[in-house]
Design a protein around this ligand. Structure first.
Ligand code: FAD
Length: 391
């Protein structure tokens, strides 16, 4: 998309994750000379040893899609080509009964999309833009802040690079953020919640079809723990187990105990996933922590740096809004840059002043939604059954 307003400047976007990629495209549209510095290898290389192990699919909703459209309708169509609409939550009770709770009455839906596929498609888009350079295997270690020039340093004797400003999109353990904190009275809060997640796999049918409804987000709510499953375009589902750490730690000590637990609590899912292989995955797959990050302000006041995405506001995944919200950051930031005709200092300060309240609210909603997904959906359903029984 061509824009009439063009601004000058050399920008480092730190992190070629989902949010860094979208930000790079939007900044390049505005005429900036963009260099993306990413510490991983190119995920599109077949022999990469550096796979991103986090969930292999994500829910993308209206918030994220709207931000993609803001950067370009064509881009949006291209990168969302294989997303799978999910019109409701399919609740599985312990006896294998299923009940669908629709997200809305007017066909509202969220969508499941491959995280790796979306990231690679966005990287392909970056490759096609002449004023974007991507430097993989460039792990940022330090930034020397100046009045007008910012010098970025990297590991492994990579040459330092100089920029007019830095956009930190380097995720929840952001180095850009910690470097900004050396130059700024930034309030910062990081909190781990007592919840571990393990990714599991439900294969497609032999003929490539889906073994459960493909247009729902499946939930097996069991109070203090739960299983969820999102469909993939190839007929499989990415399944995620969430539970307190102490429960996972005690289960993984014995395969038999793990099998008993899975079979007792998720019998219908185990019929489809295979009890033995799922118990092996449960024991051996990485155990992910979940944390929330909040900080304020998001920027250096002279317009030399700003944080977006998880670097600014990592949230727990129960509202499915981390990436969506990061995409929205890009839209809001670009609107402010346009409003103030590229005056970064004014635009970045306005971003911090206007964005914080929304980000705190969504972080809180995400935490509260764990209880909704793992417990409250059950009581909604039981009330429905009770009413049916009573009639
Ligand atoms: P990241 O994806 O973390 O990308 C940061 C990039 O920066 C990485 O490529 C990293 O290699 C790079 N980097 C890090 N440090 C450096 C450095 N020093 N130098 C250079 N590069 C560096 N969100 C949703 O919207 N919907 C969902 O359904 C959803 N489900 C989730 C499920 C789980 C289990 C989890 C854990 C999260 C989920 N999220 C979801 C949240 C979503 O994954 C994140 O919000 C999103 O990935 C953030 O994108 P990002 O680009 O800001 O950060």
């Amino acid at each position: 998309m061509e824009l009439s307003q063009k601004y000058d400047g050399k920008v480092a976007v730190v992190g070629a994750g989902l949010v860094g990629c979208l930000a790079s495209l939007a900044l390049a549209q505005r005429g900036y000379d963009v260099t993306v510095v990413e510490y991983r290898q190119d995920p599109r290389l077949e022999d990469t040893t550096d796979r991103n192990l986090r969930s292999i699919n994500l829910a993308i909703s209206a918030r994220g899609i709207d931000a993609l459209r803001f950067v370009g309708n064509e881009l949006c169509e291209k990168v969302l080509h294989d997303m799978m609409p999910m019109k409701g939550r399919m609740i599985h009770d312990i006896d294998g009964r299923q009940k669908e709770l629709l997200y809305g009455i007017a066909n509202e839906h969220i969508n499941s999309i491959s995280r790796a596929g979306l990231n690679c498609d966005l990287l392909d888009e970056l490759d096609a833009v002449s004023n974007i350079d991507i430097c993989f295997e460039h792990k940022l270690t330090r930034i020397e802040w100046g009045d007008s020039k910012q010098v970025c340093h990297f590991v492994q004797n990579k040459e330092p690079m100089t920029f007019d400003f830095v956009v930190g999109a380097d995720g929840c353990f952001s180095t850009a953020r910690s470097q900004m904190q050396r130059n700024l009275r930034m309030n910062y809060k990081q909190e781990y919640i007592d919840c571990c997640y393990i990714e599991l796999y439900l294969p497609p049918r032999k003929d490539g079809g889906f073994v459960m409804a493909k247009d729902d987000l499946h939930i097996w709510p069991r109070g203090k723990f739960m299983l969820i499953a999102l469909p993939n375009a190839d007929g499989s589902f990415t399944v995620t187990f969430f539970a307190p750490w102490s429960q996972v730690d005690s289960l993984v000590k014995s395969k038999q105990e793990t099998k008993n637990f899975l079979q007792t609590n998720f019998p219908d899912a185990m019929d489809l996933m295979g009890l033995d292989s799922t118990a092996d995955e449960f024991i051996n797959n990485p155990k992910g922590p979940l944390m929330c990050v909040e900080c304020l302000p998001y920027n250096l006041s002279n317009g030399s740096a700003i944080l977006i995405g998880d670097a600014a506001h990592s949230m727990v995944p129960f509202y499915g809004q981390g990436m969506n919200c990061g995409f929205e950051d890009v839209k809001v930031l670009m609107q402010l840059l346009d409003k103030y005709r590229g005056d970064r200092s004014v635009a970045f300060n306005a971003y911090t002043a206007t964005r914080h309240e929304d980000l705190v609210a969504i972080n809180k909603l995400a935490r509260e939604n764990y209880k909704v997904m793992s417990e409250s959906v059950t009581s909604v359903w039981f009330n429905v059954y009770k009413r049916i029984d009573e009639t």
